[in-house]
Design a protein around this ligand. Structure first.
Ligand SMILES: [Zn+2]
Length: 331
């Protein structure tokens, strides 16, 4: 009998759950729901319960087959208490919500909560682009930008659990205001939200772009960079749209500045790039790689492998399930 756990990836705009065979990394069933910025705590929990139920229905199992649940969430997590203590991109009603306890009460299995990118790094380490590599740095670019450090095969969480938060490193002193309130952070220049905000500003100023045809009824007031999805960016880049290329390439350069810092500080063997924007827009990865190699210290910058995530969109749910099952083993 396969060992199954549920992994939940709770992001800025959606929640994804999957029933995963934690020995093979195979996804047996999934569930997905959108989240809204104005969701209250009870609505959020209902959405998570629903996605878990959907995933179990698709996998044709019930809760007796599950050894545990792991949850990855965008923000700083208190793993001991199983709740989120700070977030730059999620609704404030998630902060201090006892998410692990509520899930445990609902499903009757052990539940572990961790930062979403740290969890995706565990998925990549076990079954993806980090397999067999002791020393790597993971960066995920989407609504925000998260990072995680794996050193000697072990996740480095740091003394307060926030090690690897590359999204909040300073790439432009005194620059744009970040979702966290700081200034000049990478996330304010290279996340999908940042790319979208710049594009919307330019469209408002009257710049021509294929975006006007791709999204005829574009909502220029939609929050959190949701007006332009990654898939639309991909189409605009493929159409060689001048405005979108300019903005994507600028974001790629900033991403490279951030990654060059990581190369210099940690000298990792490999950098793994993942997340919606990375999956969708190759040009972002190309420019980030060129900039990283050019800006980092020569030997470390030439030798580091720069690759995209092996598990794609599933890195988060697979890593979460792995963590959820480990906790389950200990009872
Ligand atoms: Zn920040």
């Amino acid at each position: 009998m396969a060992k199954l756990a549920i992994g939940v990836d709770f992001g800025g705009t959606k929640v994804l759950a999957a029933v995963v065979d934690v020995e093979s990394g195979k996804v047996r069933g999934t569930g997905k729901k959108k989240t809204r910025a104005d969701d209250g705590p009870d609505e959020l929990m209902e959405r998570i319960y629903d996605t878990c139920d959907q995933a179990m229905v698709e996998a044709k199992i019930d809760r007796d087959h599950i050894v545990g649940i792991g949850v990855g969430i965008a923000g700083q997590v208190d793993a001991e208490r199983g709740l989120l203590i700070g977030t730059a991109n999620l609704s404030r009603s998630v902060v201090d919500l006892p998410m692990a306890k509520r899930l445990r009460d609902r499903f009757g299995v052990p539940v572990t909560l961790r930062n979403d990118v740290q969890i995706a790094a565990i998925g990549e380490a076990r079954f993806g682009a980090g397999k067999g590599v002791d020393d790597f740095f993971c960066i995920f670019v989407g609504t925000g930008i998260g990072g995680a450090i794996v050193r000697d095969g072990v996740l480095v969480a740091g003394s307060d659990g926030s090690a690897g938060e590359l999204g909040h490193t300073i790439v432009q002193a005194g620059g744009r205001i970040c979702g966290c309130g700081g200034r000049g952070h990478l996330e304010a220049y290279a996340s999908r939200t940042a790319i979208t905000n710049v594009l919307i500003g330019e469209l408002r100023r009257g710049r021509q772009s294929v975006l006007r045809q791709l999204i005829p009824d574009i909502d220029l007031t939609a929050p959190g960079g949701t007006a332009i999805r990654s898939g639309v960016l991909r189409k605009a880049v493929a159409a060689k749209d001048e405005l979108v290329l300019e903005v994507v390439e600028e974001a790629g350069r900033y991403l490279g500045y951030g990654l060059a810092t990581i190369v210099n500080v940690l000298n990792p063997r490999r950098i793994i790039l993942g997340g919606g924007a990375i999956e969708a827009v190759d040009r972002l990865v190309q420019v980030a790689e060129q900039t990283t190699r050019r800006e980092a210290l020569p030997a470390a910058g030439e030798r580091v492998d720069i690759v995209t995530a092996g598990l794609g969109d599933n890195a988060g749910v697979v890593g979460a399930a792995v963590i959820g099952a480990e906790r389950g083993d200990r009872g």
